[in-house]
Design a protein around this ligand. Structure first.
Ligand SMILES: Cc1cc2nc3c(=O)[nH]c(=O)nc-3n(C[C@H](O)[C@H](O)[C@H](O)COP(=O)(O)OP(=O)(O)OC[C@H]3O[C@@H](n4cnc5c(N)ncnc54)[C@H](O)[C@@H]3O)c2cc1C
Length: 381
């Protein structure tokens, strides 16, 4: 079925992104996988061609265009080459709303130009060793002392954890107040008492820096609070999570499409019993099922992108997109790996890398189970 999401300007932008990735990322990504991190220079280079912060107002260096289709173009191109080390989608899709919508003019002037240029890399620190799905269980505190907050606590599994310059930290400013006692504070690289722990060793996504963060009496200026007053953090997070989940769904479908494409090609050329493996009915049926499901997923996700642009993407719709597409992704890469036989288990084949990289998709950004909880609660039982 014809895809009608994009217009001329998005297609032109796709070419720019595609060329950039071919030039600056493809030749180096294998090395970054071994290094466990992507160099900061490649962030600046992406910033130079306008890949960050479309929704940032022009006066701060952005394009001033809030259109998630541009975000989707980047995610699709990045996933198309399996460059899972680039934390661009976290910066662009997840963090931009915090820095554009929740900041005052003074904060915008301090942070947005660097956000757009790729010189200030961002991260969000919600998860702690003892609290992931259950955000209200976090223990990091921020105690107001004059015109500062004193932050104490520990975070883990933080994407861009090593490279980040600005970390939106979820902390309790009024521990007894439940959801109304949570605030978001921007902790900056170099603040005394802020340190990074291990760059965590993961099953996949080896080039992505995922780290532990520690806060030991960090004095964060009150001017780094996001939003007009304390206690809004939980609601600010809830408002931004649908966009984060949609970004993950875009990644899921793009990865599934890319793996499916290379697998169909593999099945065309690989021979067994004197014929191509694509000529076996089982192969055709497996591919037919996957192709059908991925195409249906694609159309639902495209509809979600338009709903987001119109300010109408609900938490429930985003949860549906997130769990269904990511579960589909893990199924697609697994079945496609099987169709590759032993070669599918070899890292030189893209399907092998896609298989290990995909596993986390049903976990971060809210697990499949939590997505089903969100949908289930909407029935009002
Ligand atoms: C690679 C990676 C990158 C990440 N990046 C970030 C980041 O940038 N920032 C950040 O803050 N966090 C990040 N995370 C953390 C991620 O969001 C959490 O791991 C995730 O939300 C799950 O939390 P948890 O690990 O504590 O699991 P738990 O909450 O302990 O869940 C364990 C299991 O119990 C299930 N479960 C929990 N509650 C329920 C329930 N009510 N009903 C049914 N089942 C339930 C879960 O679905 C899961 O299967 C990242 C994680 C990974 C692995």
């Amino acid at each position: 079925m014809q895809r009608d999401l994009f217009e001329e300007e998005h297609l032109l932008f796709r070419e720019t992104v595609h060329d950039f990735l071919a030039r600056e990322v493809v030749p180096h990504h294998d090395r970054w996988e071994k290094d466990g991190i992507v160099p900061r220079e490649v962030w600046k280079k992406a910033g130079e061609i306008g890949m960050f912060g479309f929704g940032v107002p022009e006066e701060y260096g952005g394009a001033g265009i809030k259109d998630f289709r541009y975000n989707a173009v980047i995610v699709e191109e990045v996933m198309g080459i399996g460059a899972t080390g680039l934390g661009y989608s976290l910066h662009n899709d997840v963090m931009a709303p915090y820095f554009v919508d929740l900041t005052n003019d003074e904060q915008k002037a301090r942070w947005l130009p660097g956000f757009v240029s790729g010189e200030l890399i961002t991260a969000v620190a919600m998860t702690e060793p003892g609290a992931g799905s259950d955000l209200q269980g976090i223990r990091t505190t921020a105690v107001r002392e004059g015109d500062h907050y004193v932050v104490n606590g520990q975070k883990t599994f933080i994407t861009n954890g090593i490279n980040s310059d600005l970390v939106v930290v979820v902390a309790k400013t009024a521990p007894e107040a439940g959801a109304k006692g949570v605030s978001l504070l921007v902790v900056e690289r170099g603040m005394e008492g802020f340190s990074r722990g291990r760059n965590l060793e993961k099953i996949g996504m080896h080039a992505q820096d995922t780290a532990e963060l520690f806060f030991d009496d960090v004095r964060v200026p009150a001017a780094n609070l996001l939003g007009e007053q304390e206690g809004q953090g939980f609601f600010q997070l809830m408002a931004n999570l649908p966009q984060e989940r949609l970004s993950i769904a875009v990644m899921a479908v793009a990865t599934a499409e890319s793996v499916l494409r290379t697998t169909i090609e593999y099945c065309r050329t690989r021979k067994a019993f004197g014929q191509s493996i694509g000529s076996f009915q089982n192969t055709r049926f497996v591919l037919a099922e996957l192709d059908t499901e991925v195409e249906i997923a694609r159309h639902y996700v495209d509809k979600c992108i338009l709903a987001l642009n119109a300010g109408e993407l609900s938490a429930v719709d985003a949860a549906k997109a997130k769990w269904w597409t990511t579960e589909l992704q893990t199924k697609v890469v697994d079945r496609c790996l099987q169709l590759h036989g032993g070669y599918g288990y070899m890292m030189e084949y893209p399907v092998a890398k896609a298989w290990i990289d995909s596993r986390v998709q049903t976990i971060y950004g809210g697990t499949t189970e939590i997505m089903k909880e969100i949908i289930g609660r909407s029935f009002g039982f």
